[in-house]
Design a protein around this ligand. Structure first.
Ligand SMILES: Cc1cc2nc3c(=O)[nH]c(=O)nc-3n(C[C@H](O)[C@H](O)[C@H](O)COP(=O)(O)OP(=O)(O)OC[C@H]3O[C@@H](n4cnc5c(N)ncnc54)[C@H](O)[C@@H]3O)c2cc1C
Length: 441
């Protein structure tokens, strides 16, 4: 018996059954029987046209030749290569109508974000910064002239935009920002510092948020990336979304014309809508990262032999993968629900915040399991799950999850105010200040 077993092990030693599965990040070579979208019958929730659109986007993402691993290690992004891929995916602007923009439904936006983040979260993030944070803000808050001047060039990716709100000393409490805008003849002088600005090193258009020194309100300015008075440096040593180039930007008497000031004063009305949309996109991004991590993990486990069997033959591994698949189902269906509510124009911030808090936490737990089932290779970039594991951490970045939980508390507890003050008065007071700031957005 022992002899037979030894013989079987040694005869397998040089066969593919005992070799390490090939690492192919970002490509996913999955056996069709494990295709999660089919297994979960998500395609049945989509119309014929939506399924066709999804297949088209997946095929484009799968055909990428971008070397994400080399770029992940060196933490650089090749803007030209990214632009080529953006163009293949269609015109920019997601759901924006006019100016050559894509005019997608929210379900189509979900499918697009699902696939770009399934491919690679850094790629997806750069895609979103331009198409949503930058373009959406100009569309929602810009004048007709600004729409024509910027959106047309941005929808064709001739010009790439970024969004500069956060400062070194002002993070979550963004409404207290310190960058100033001083009126001078013909325009404004911007002075201050911004931090974490995705794409800030290379962007053609930077949307800068600054305090109008006359009104003391926050205004947005469309600043050309090559304007004088801007100095930029890259934030080094990030553990996640390494390919995305985050920048520190310093504005020293940077002149911007009056025509380049956005219309809205402070974070109200349309700005709230823009930020609501960007939160929904984080929910969609969670689906994409988790789909990629699950499919890479199950693909690895079906090809990895231990004890003369594939890893997927063991019930302990099956149980872990099943837990991830269940989580994936709930995250994808939540995303689809939000997308459909947005299409029907019945979504509000409470639902989106609930979805964001749930999906980001579920993603975080699930990618850890994906990493675990890949053993040692689960911590090597080449197999992809390690990248998803690290990138999932940044899904909290747009808004801190604790504030979302407070907003959600309003849905769950009709008498939320009473409960709030009776139970955790001291803790709540601090938070409440932040929430009121946050709700102003
Ligand atoms: C990868 C990445 C990309 C980014 N891209 C951009 C970009 O393109 N443009 C841009 O403008 N910004 C960007 N940001 C900045 C992002 O919006 C901020 O990181 C975010 O607002 C949080 O600010 P902070 O990091 O300074 O954390 P802080 O505000 O210092 O918070 C630190 C911790 O304290 C907690 N906390 C804060 N306030 C409270 C409170 N009242 N009660 C309880 N806990 C609290 C937070 O949850 C967090 O855990 C990016 C950030 C990252 C990491």
């Amino acid at each position: 018996m022992t002899e037979k077993r030894l013989h079987s092990l040694s005869s397998n030693f040089h066969t593919p059954r005992t070799s390490i599965p090939e690492a192919k990040y970002p490509h996913i070579n999955i056996d069709p029987q494990y295709d999660a979208i089919k297994t979960l019958k998500i395609d049945e929730e989509l119309t014929h046209d939506e399924n066709r659109y999804h297949k088209k986007i997946r095929a484009i993402c799968q055909s990428t030749t971008f070397d994400f691993i080399a770029n992940y290690e060196s933490a650089t992004s090749d803007v030209k290569e990214f632009k080529k891929m953006f163009k293949k995916l269609g015109p920019g602007g997601l759901d924006v109508n006019g100016f050559g923009c894509a005019n997608l439904s929210n379900v189509e936006v979900f499918l697009l974000i699902l696939e770009t983040f399934r491919l690679d979260a850094s790629f997806g993030t750069e895609f979103l910064i331009h198409n949503s944070l930058a373009m959406r803000t100009i569309f929602d808050l810009g004048t007709k002239e600004q729409h024509h001047k910027y959106l047309t060039k941005m929808s064709s990716y001739e010009k790439i935009g970024c969004f500069a709100l956060t400062e070194p000393g002002i993070g979550s409490d963004a409404a207290s920002l310190l960058t100033t805008a001083t009126r001078v003849e013909g325009g404004w002088l911007l002075n201050g510092e911004k931090r974490w600005i995705g794409g800030g090193l290379t962007a053609d258009i930077i949307i800068v948020w600054a305090r109008n020194e006359e009104t003391k309100k926050i205004n947005g300015f469309l600043v050309e990336g090559k304007s004088s008075g801007i100095t930029a440096s890259k934030i080094e040593n990030k553990i996640a979304l390494r390919i995305v180039q985050n920048a520190n930007l310093r504005f020293t008497n940077c002149f911007v014309t009056d025509e380049n000031r956005l219309q809205a004063e402070d974070f109200t009305g349309s700005t709230a809508k823009s930020l609501q949309n960007s939160r929904a996109l984080v929910v969609f991004a969670c689906s994409g990262i988790l789909l990629g991590a699950y499919e890479r993990a199950i693909s690895y486990c079906t090809q990895r032999f231990q004890f003369d069997k594939t890893l997927t033959s063991f019930q302990l591994i099956q149980s872990k993968l099943m837990a991830v698949l269940g989580n994936l189902q709930s995250v994808i269906l939540t995303s689809l629900h939000i997308a459909k509510l947005l299409d029907r124009k019945t979504a509000d911030m409470k639902q989106i915040s609930l979805a964001k808090a749930y999906c980001t936490q579920t993603l975080r737990k699930s990618v850890a399991i994906c990493r675990e089932v890949c053993g040692g290779n689960g911590i090597i970039y080449d197999y992809g799950v390690a990248i998803s594991f690290l990138d999932a951490e940044v899904c909290f970045y747009l808004f801190i999850k604790i504030l979302h939980k407070v907003i959600i508390f309003r849905i769950l507890t009709p008498c939320w105010q009473a409960a709030w003050y009776s139970e955790k008065t001291q803790f709540a007071n601090g938070l409440w200040l932040s929430v009121t700031q946050c709700l102003k957005y």
